[in-house]
Unconditional design. Sequence first.
Length: 177
Amino acid sequence: MNQEALMALADPSKGQYFLTAPDKLALIIDAADIRPGDKVVEIGAGVGTIAQALPRSASLTLVEFDGRLIDSLKQNVPHAVVLNADGVTLLRDGALTCDVMLSNLPHGITPSLIALLPHIEFRTAVISMSSTEPLDALAGELEYSLLTSTEGDDFTPSQPTRSILVRVNKRAAGRAS
């Protein structure tokens, strides 16, 4: 999908910015450590700029709340199951399970996902979040590492604020925080 089409679909008033920087996409893929047998879920999949770059896995489920983006998402990532739903609710209710979770939600929604992480099963999550969000919200049962920051021209349209990409894993049983 070209930049003009992405610009036409994005709605910055809803916090929609599509990550398109090849170096940041590669970093997400590397950090996600997707294996052939994995169930992968992307919450806030937009039009599939991240999903298109993912390696094959046992299953790929893309969840997007904005119904305007569903047809583009299905066209751009035809091998995925595409759901027009609230991904945080699906995870909270146990309707979605995964080994690997990716998330590029609008910043106002991300804290709800972060609060949910200790209560759901996953091996690895790679989450985009506001650079002003306190990382200590990820402490306790979770281990996290800051991957990089993203801003401006890493996105289409250009995102006016800075985000950070964080890799999250469940803390191994018996390890102190």
